[in-house]
Design a protein around this ligand. Structure first.
Ligand code: 5GP
Ligand code: ZN
Length: 115
């Protein structure tokens, strides 16, 4: 989608530090990391948010959650220590980039509840 920062990152029009890529998904380091490990995992196709996912996206969503995120967590060394996956959704969810992304955060102790 034109004027979407994350579509441009997926298309390599904007540089990023890529930690994982396949035909459907790309994952890269967050520009403003909130933890020692802070990776954004996104579908290459433009989907605005979790709220915009459709039944046809089941395989893609399952791939991200069942395969990609656990693989990156392992590669980043946070599987045993623990990590957090966040998908801010919509205005009150704190979403600032309207292209579905999963934050994978780890390498430090996390607090709950979020602010
Ligand atoms: P949100 O607030 O939508 O949940 O998360 C958006 C995230 O994207 C933020 O953590 C922000 O730091 C990150 N971000 C925004 N623009 C860029 C960019 O151009 N490159 C990278 N690597 N991260 C970005
Ligand atoms: Zn996009």
């Amino acid at each position: 989608m034109a004027d979407c920062i994350f579509c441009k990152i997926a298309n390599k029009e904007i540089p990023s530090t890529v930690v994982y890529e396949d035909d459907q998904v790309i994952a890269f380091k967050d520009l403003e990391p909130q933890a020692p490990v802070h990776v954004l995992v996104i579908p290459k196709k433009h989907v605005a948010s979790i709220a915009a996912l459709k039944s046809e996206d089941k395989e893609l969503a399952g791939h991200i959650l069942c395969e990609v995120i656990p693989k990156i967590a392992k590669e980043q060394g946070v599987t045993d220590s623990g990590f957090r996956v966040v998908a801010n959704t919509g205005a009150e969810g704190g979403q600032t980039v309207n292209h579905l992304h999963f934050h994978l955060l780890g390498g430090r102790s996390m607090q709950w509840p979020p602010g």
